[in-house]
Design a protein around this ligand. Structure first.
Ligand SMILES: Cc1cc2nc3c(=O)[nH]c(=O)nc-3n(C[C@H](O)[C@H](O)[C@H](O)COP(=O)(O)OP(=O)(O)OC[C@H]3O[C@@H](n4cnc5c(N)ncnc54)[C@H](O)[C@@H]3O)c2cc1C
Length: 371
């Protein structure tokens, strides 16, 4: 039996890497700090939710409570309603269920441990780094990390008391954030509310308060926060084709996945599916004959697949434009663009979904969103 490959970080990207490597006969050991509710909107495409449910046997209660509408709301009180295209899952439940599912695999060991650089005796010659936006990632990636941009996001989860007949997920564009606010509904009257964008930490709390107030005033959602929202960063690399996918430190090759590579969508910062997809591609790059991950192949596959899905050239161009201060991309323009193009956008998403839809090399899971 070959030496297991160490995977540090057992969440979306790390668990996907473990699952796909184990399927190729590669033994792995995952080191994860804990099961936790990572601050995250938890929005995943319905297609991916079906994949998790059907292929991995994950119970996604939200699939039965799929919310059929998204309300896009603009500052001057104009709004556009479109079909719903995602469900929101609990990150705690997803991580917990994926871990229990993988624990039965003879090729996978899971150890709950907070890893530090001092744990080098536990690293394998090639070690998978799936630690997201964490101190350890920063220490290992070093200088490369500092070139990263990140979006700052605040999120609060709670229970929805008001009995709404027909809730819509709500997304509010705000040019001052260079990002958006959201209210997403999950199962059992849960909701989460947040804002995120290319914004400074010192004003994000103020903007969050403003957003919550607007949502209550305008839509009468009756949202009351009982504790402080959680703040987190989402690394977003606009041009990750020139950045390496592996990093050498003290003779160990650390191979990045998910947020470590800044794979979240460059415009909407959705990172769950690209993280899962990178784990799959890592498995595809494993060579059983030499018991190694071929990093050149991994890099090639990432580029090819992410260009098809979350990182289409159009998204990169759009995210560059959004970052240019001299382009007056205000709420009004956003409204008119959305008004003109939302039918086309929705049609495109249904036909060629935004996210990492090509799971495990299969284009579809059999589920179709009704046209
Ligand atoms: C507020 C917010 C809202 C978001 N909303 C969405 C959304 O609606 N939809 C979407 O698709 N994406 C969303 N994202 C992005 C998404 O959360 C990330 O892209 C995704 O979680 C990346 O997965 P990952 O596995 O790479 O990293 P993570 O999910 O961050 O997992 C890293 C894991 O590594 C573990 N770890 C870290 N350091 C150590 C250590 N030293 N030792 C052991 N374990 C360690 C952590 O405990 C963690 O479980 C959001 C992000 C934020 C911040």
């Amino acid at each position: 039996m070959p030496q297991p490959i160490a995977i540090i970080g057992g969440n979306i990207a790390g668990l996907s890497a473990a699952y796909h490597l184990a399927r190729k006969g590669c033994p792995v050991i995952i080191y994860e700090r804990k099961i936790w509710d990572k601050p995250c909107g938890g929005a995943i495409s319905i297609e991916y939710a079906y994949y998790l449910a059907k292929k991995l046997g994950i119970d996604i209660p939200e699939l039965d409570q799929y919310i059929p509408h998204i309300h896009f709301y603009f500052k001057d009180h104009r709004s556009i309603e479109t079909d719903g295209l995602f469900v929101t899952i609990s990150r705690y439940n997803l991580q917990q269920q994926l871990i229990s599912r993988l624990q039965n695999d003879p090729n996978i060991d899971i150890i709950f441990k907070h890893m530090t650089r001092k744990d080098h005796n536990l690293f394998s010659a090639q070690t998978i780094l799936s630690t997201g936006f964490s101190g350890l990632t920063r220490q290992i990636i070093g200088k490369e990390w500092h070139n990263r941009e990140y979006a700052l996001a605040l999120k609060y989860s709670g229970f929805f008391r008001k009995n709404s007949q027909n809730p819509s997920h709500l997304m509010a564009f705000d040019s001052r954030l260079k990002g958006y606010g959201w209210v997403f509904f999950g199962s059992n009257s849960q909701f989460n509310i947040g804002i995120g964008g290319l914004i400074e930490k010192k004003i994000i709390y103020e903007k969050f308060e403003e957003f919550t107030k607007q949502i209550n005033d305008r839509f009468n959602y009756g949202i009351r926060l009982e504790s402080s929202p959680a703040v987190w960063k989402i690394p977003i690399t606009l041009n990750n084709w020139n950045t390496p996918v592996s990093y050498y430190k003290n003779g160990i090759e650390f191979i990045g996945t998910g947020d470590v590579l800044g794979l979240a969508h460059p415009v909407i910062a959705a990172g769950i599916e690209p993280a899962w997809q990178s784990g799959w591609l890592l498995g595809e790059s494993y060579d059983p004959a030499t018991h190694t991950i071929k990093t050149a192949r991994y890099r090639h596959l990432l580029k090819k697949n992410l260009q098809l899905t979350s990182r289409k050239p159009f998204d990169i161009v759009l995210s560059h434009i959004l970052r240019l201060n001299w382009i007056p991309f205000k709420d009004q323009q956003a409204y008119f663009l959305m008004k003109l193009f939302h039918k086309k956008i929705i049609h495109q998403i249904k036909k060629y979904p935004w996210f990492a839809m090509i799971h495990d090399g299969e284009k579809e899971t059999g589920f179709k969103i009704d046209a």
